[in-house]
Design a protein around this ligand. Structure first.
Ligand code: FAD
Length: 494
């Protein structure tokens, strides 16, 4: 039964403490069902696309379910906020759907709660009928080459986090005083980073990129970005949208190595459609003599981007004077086999490239958050079948934690819906026992209170959102993000 009376609303406004006094209501005071009812209680760990899409499907399929989302940061939406490039605002429209889910009477958001530290997965399992792990892939694949810890070497994860306002990356302050940057990896994230490094500042200043990043990029000396991949043009991992944006980026010109495209023209006709269109665009950019207008545009461009194919990093070299990055040694590869399955093998040749900035964009990886949860370290995922965590009844996973860190938001949506379907099937079939009442957020709120952890509920996030929007408006941007957890909490608690 809903407890949405004005009396309760009044009580709930002062929220967390009152819940403890008034123990038949949930933490957010939205009038959640009391402990005594037998509503199935599910909690989700992580509020990125996986968390929200899992919640959305659960609520739709089982209107009797209560879904609580626990999030480490005081702000929701995961990589939609901290990963998606600032000049891709249209991608962030999914936030509107997530907001509808968060505001649904069956759903509650508890930010500022780190599962595995503030509360264990075991404690969540005690309190809920099912726990869905959707905490993404926050680790970083390392290159494993000498020199990767030098000043001037960054992971794309940190670099993206820096310009997108991820609190833990704000100290990065990357040194952009060099002329050449090398990005290792040729996926969409690599292209995002290249585009941000080379975009005219007039474009960036109309986005929600952070003010410190905007200022640093305005002062940047980077004029040349090499995007390096170990295989060839036919194996490149980006999508056509991102490539087209590079090709059309104002004030830049492409600089390709014609020899890299040998035989590619003949291979194009047999490629599957999306790869065919991508390869055709690359060929056109690299090999065709541009029309007059495009030639003029390229002649006037002050910045250059280039794909370097068939190269793997073997060492980052330091300037002996200041121990900063001065260059990178690349092994020259050749391909064995063809198509997607082609393997890069070393030729024994090497090439040195001078550069002051190296950004490695070779992938994210999930990390274990709780020793009680099965974890496959070789694949860096939670082992599962259709989202059911193996040998762990009542435990599910979705998103990048389930599949590994590949795919766009739509892919994450589909795999999260699949997990929710598995969970609903288990409830319906009785495989998951939901007959006994569970306390849900009520018992977790007590634990968190004892541990001095104060969750941020969705209406608190809306205060942060509104401050960010109005600061953005004043600066002619869609949003000016708050950059520290402290400031977020301060605004949330106002
Ligand atoms: P995440 O989005 O990472 O969400 C995980 C959430 O869990 C985070 O909010 C995190 O704070 C939280 N969390 C972590 N640990 C804990 C814990 N211990 N306790 C509680 N909460 C925790 N896709 C597109 O379609 N278009 C794009 O333009 C695009 N750009 C991208 C750019 C970058 C740089 C990256 C990395 C990805 C991009 N993607 C894009 C892909 C998209 O972001 C992913 O498909 C999607 O975010 C994966 O969702 P997720 O929920 O699994 O992970």
């Amino acid at each position: 039964p809903s407890l949405k009376t004005s009396e309760h609303t009044l009580l709930f406004q002062t929220s967390f403490v009152h819940v403890l006094i008034h123990d038949s209501v949930g933490m957010n005071g939205r009038g959640k069902a009391p402990f005594s009812s037998c509503r199935p209680k599910v909690c989700i760990v992580g509020s990125g696309p996986a968390g929200f899409y899992t919640a959305q499907h659960l609520i739709k399929a089982r209107p009797d379910v209560d879904v609580d989302i626990y999030e480490r940061l005081p702000v929701p939406f995961g990589l939609v906020r901290f990963g998606v490039a600032p000049d891709h605002p249209e991608v962030k429209n999914v936030i509107n759907t997530f907001t509808q889910t968060a505001k649904h009477t069956c759903c509650s958001f508890y930010g500022n709660v780190t599962v595995g530290k503030d509360v264990s997965v075991g404690e969540l399992q005690q309190a809920y009928h099912a726990v869905v792990l959707s905490y993404g892939a926050e680790g970083n694949r390392s290159m494993g080459v000498p020199g990767e810890d030098l000043a001037g070497v960054y992971s794309a994860k940190d670099f993206v986090g820096w310009y997108n306002g991820l609190p833990s990356c704000q100290e990065l302050s990357p040194d952009l005083s060099c002329e050449t940057a090398v990005i290792l990896g040729q996926g969409n994230v690599a292209l995002d980073v290249a585009r941000i490094l080379l975009s005219p500042i007039d474009i960036l200043k109309k986005t929600d990129i952070t003010q410190p990043a905007l200022e640093a990029l305005a002062e940047s000396h980077v004029r040349r970005v090499l995007i390096v991949g170990r295989r060839g043009p036919v194996q490149i991992a980006c999508t056509i949208k991102e490539l087209r944006e590079m090709v059309n980026l104002p004030d830049t010109r492409p600089e390709m190595v014609a020899a890299d495209f040998e035989g590619v023209k003949d291979a194009v006709k047999d490629l599957p459609r999306p790869r065919k269109r991508l390869t055709e665009l690359m060929l056109k950019t690299a090999m065709e003599i541009p029309g007059e207008k495009e030639q003029e545009r390229r002649n006037n461009a002050s910045r250059v981007w280039s794909f370097r194919f068939f190269r793997s990093p073997i060492e980052i070299m330091a300037d002996p004077d200041n121990k900063r990055t001065a260059g990178i040694r690349l092994a020259v590869n050749k391909l064995e086999g063809s198509g997607d399955g082609a393997r890069a093998v070393l030729t024994g040749e090497v090439e040195d490239v001078s550069c002051g900035l190296v950004i490695s964009s070779i992938g994210y990886k999930s990390l274990p958050i709780d020793p009680s949860v099965p974890f496959d370290s070789s694949k860096a995922i939670v082992p599962n079948s259709m989202g059911r965590v193996q040998q762990a009844a009542g435990l599910y996973c979705s998103g990048w934690l389930k599949t590994g860190p590949t795919g766009v938001i739509a892919t994450t949506m589909n795999n999260s819906f699949d997990t929710a379907r598995s969970l609903v099937e288990d409830m319906d079939s009785g495989t998951l026992d939901i007959s006994a009442a569970k306390p849900g957020s009520q018992s977790i709120s007590g634990l968190l209170e004892k541990r001095g952890v104060k969750p941020v509920i969705f209406s608190d996030w809306e205060k942060i959102d509104s401050v960010e929007m109005s600061r953005g408006e004043a600066a002619g941007k869609p949003r000016e993000k708050l950059l520290t957890v402290e400031e977020m909490l301060q605004v949330a608690r106002k």
